[in-house]
Design a protein around this ligand. Sequence first.
Ligand code: HEC
Length: 493
Amino acid sequence: MRRHYSPIDFPDPCSRTSDFLRYPGGIWVAAVSITCLLALVLQPSKTQAATGSSPDGVASMATPGTPSPLAEMLGVRFIEGSTSAVLIERGGKTYVVDLMAQTIREGDLHRVGYTEGQQSLASPQSSARDPELGAKVFADKCSACHGADARGNARAGTPDFTSPRVQATLTDAGTIKTIREGKKGTPMPAWSGKLSEAEISAVASFVRSLGPQKTTPANPSASGEKQNAKVYEPADDYLYSLPTGRRVDRHGFYFNFTHRFAYNPAFTGPSIGNTLFGLDGYSISSFGLRFGVTDKLSVSAYRSPSVIGRPIELMAAYHLWDEHDGNPLNASFRISVDGQGDFSRNFTTNFEGVFSRSLRRRAQLYLVPTVSLQNRMLISKPGALSAPPPGLPGVNSFSLGFGGALDIRPSVALVAEVIPTLVNRPELGIHRPAYSFGIQKRVHRHAFTLGFSNSPGTVVSQRAGTRATFVGDPSADTPSGLFIGFDLMRQIY
Ligand code: HEC
């Protein structure tokens, strides 16, 4: 990801000289500073006459912490560490001028936490409840990356803090920790040392206050906080092969990458030990993209490789109910068409319902009834990369997938699923239901799932098929035939 610099990464050339030597772009900064100094020196003599000592005024202006006569005369105060806001005193009142947000607010110096020595006075306890300080720090330090409206910025990779879904993944303590320590490997900087503890807790509670509870003050008992405490957040679009039906972000862009090492069992034969549970083996690697047209409607395209018939699947999904909105269930409906041989033959049309319910915040259960019209038996055709898959007659099938996810740590879940085919199972050569289990790790907008399965297919029509037909060995569906695989999900925007 591109590194995004916020203005705070740079010393303010006009107000500080002490940082020049430490800053690698010092020459550039020096040039700008000289220009600034010249501009000040060459200012209309009116100002110089008023201060009575222009060179002194200029010099002390560049030393933070020392009140400059010029600034004093103009009633301007600088805020320690801020490059975008100044305090202006007029008629006994203090105003916070925020250049970034282009706002001017009346502010009480002590309430906003700035004093003569420009040290923060407020205690963490009092400031945590000080929305003005929190909002000010946010506008000042955070809005460059997080947006002035806190709704995030796709290019900066920042989340929408006003979204109930984002708020549901945050905790008060976790937010303070993230602000203090930053997020390693992301542009989110660490603020401890740069902001006082009072400012950190104030901005943390400001961030936490942006959630949905704010919009329903009339009914505090049904507040978003309480509701979200009961809603599970799936880390991925898939449990393993079964959809979680989770809602997407409007204009969110996701990719899903799956690997199934279906030719080598993980726990028997030569795979164990020297081929690392089959990870050395041949993988069925599929790739898909999903786009949120709105936060309810999403479309996706997904392709599996030649060895599994080279299907391309096109899908539209609609998210009808969401537990976050107070519904008893999450419900989505998905319609998809897949055609093998890169969408040229063996077409199957699928209708799915994806229903899920949270067991508090820790777990979620899934039920996925699926009708597939003109479905085909799952077969493998290795070594036939150029030839199209055989044209096979289809049968209509119905499967009922169910599964669950259980968080064993805040970012780690165990997942499991079973997808029995209930209609036309023998015609599809399925002896035992497809099943999978694995462990899923979420990292903000990414998820990684490592699992074991007897089901090589990941497009809707193929995921209920099993390894027995795929490798042509009826015994391949027993637990000893389980093979390894993984899913990678990443939200790009
Ligand atoms: C240089 C850009 C930048 C600045 C400045 C910045 N952030 Fe962030 N912040 C990010 C990015 C990018 C992420 C997402 C990191 C990730 O991918 O997990 C993030 C994540 C966060 C998160 C965690 C969200 C989550 O879902 O876990 C919090 C909380 C947060 N920022 C608060 C703040 C606050 C408060 C400030 C101001 C004091 C601030 N950030 C300033 C870039 C920034």
